[in-house]
Ligand binder design. Structure first.
Ligand SMILES: [Zn+2]
Ligand SMILES: [Zn+2]
Length: 334
């Protein structure tokens, strides 16, 4: 005999939530994911009336699930007086073009279902150069840097620039419980105490940055995968080819081992990081501004400007971003 769902007691259980011992039917599992996101947003005051929230879509299942859940919450009247939109950044190299852009039609359809506008922004429009052009110049100049490091630094920069231009107050990213637990553990292991002060970032406005929110930070990756599967969201994950060189890769397995003995370890790590961030609010405060672009940075030259400088493309890039930020600029990409 099949066991019944421990939540509704009506339908057969199909999913065992190890951290709590609950056996859930799919209905109750999906409802609890939605409820978890709603609670995270409310308790951490992630989104408030008047906010303009942009959902970052990488093309991976997590970002599509985030869009779906936020769309549902909005259609149920939870995100009232909040403007929601979705966007993808196309870095501009063969890998990102294939990976991110192969999903563009699917994302568009999903966003339309909830009346959410979806836009694609290209590095080339924002910076004047694609990621590949920057990387090739860096390599030519003998700078040893991975494509994905260039992507990562420039993507964060691009999000702030685009957000400023579009008037976004928050950018929602799809980091889940597993990602966040890894981040906290990595920062602890590396002794990066200051990184925790950034996690709160409530004074993002003053820092001239668009605040990042992570509504899925308490949802486990496996639950997101089940949600995606049953909601027709494509599961094809193309991992970055450099994933094996990333220190996070080992942490993933370490955390899985720990979790077998301590079912709540990931949740504990994430809430520890959050509380530490709150305690450190305003303490890492000695941020100056980048001497080239004027953005808040703990260094004299921010990482993005540093890359362009080493690539010998600083002037063109600074011209491009200041042009992009002008309100009358016509380079807005749809
Ligand atoms: Zn149930
Ligand atoms: Zn800079």
């Amino acid at each position: 005999m099949t066991a019944l769902c421990t939540s509704c007691g009506k339908r057969p259980a199909q999913f065992l939530r190890r951290s709590s011992g609950e056996r859930l039917c799919l209905n109750c599992l999906f409802r609890s994911i939605e409820e978890r996101v709603r609670r995270t947003i409310r308790e951490e005051r992630m989104i408030e009336p008047g906010d303009r929230v942009a959902v970052a879509i990488s093309g991976g299942k997590d970002s599509l699930v985030l869009l779906d859940v936020l769309g549902r919450l909005k259609s149920k009247g939870f995100l009232k007086d909040v403007a929601l939109e979705a966007f993808t950044i196309n870095e501009g190299h063969p890998y990102s073009c294939f990976y991110r852009m192969s999903r563009a039609d699917f994302v568009k359809g999903l966003a339309e279902r909830y009346g959410i506008a979806y836009s694609v922004y290209n590095f080339k429009e924002v910076f004047g150069y694609s990621a590949l052009e920057v990387a090739e110049r860096l390599w030519k100049n003998g700078v040893d840097v991975h494509m994905c490091a260039v992507d990562g630094v420039l993507r964060r920069k691009a999000m702030n620039i685009i957000g400023k231009r579009r008037g976004w107050t928050k950018i929602a990213t799809a980091h889940n419980l597993d990602d966040e637990a890894q981040t906290v553990l990595l920062n602890v292991l590396m002794g990066n105490l200051r990184r925790f002060a950034w996690l709160g970032l409530e004074d993002a406005d003053e820092k001239d940055l668009v605040m990042r929110i992570k509504p899925l930070k308490y949802v486990r990756e496996e639950e997101i995968a089940v949600y995606a599967h049953y909601h027709g969201i494509p599961l094809m994950e193309l991992e970055c080819p450099y994933v094996y060189t990333n220190p996070r890769y080992g942490l993933k397995f370490m955390l899985a081992e720990l979790e077998a003995k301590m079912p709540n370890v990931k949740y504990n790590l994430v809430s520890f990081g959050r509380r530490l961030g709150e305690m450190m609010q305003g303490q890492g405060a000695a941020y100056g501004r980048c001497k080239y672009c004027g953005s808040p940075s703990s260094r004299e030259v921010c990482r993005a400007c540093e890359l362009f400088e080493k690539a010998g493309l600083l002037d063109g890039y600074l011209r491009a971003i200041s042009g992009y930020l002008k309100p009358d600029a016509t380079s807005l990409v749809q």
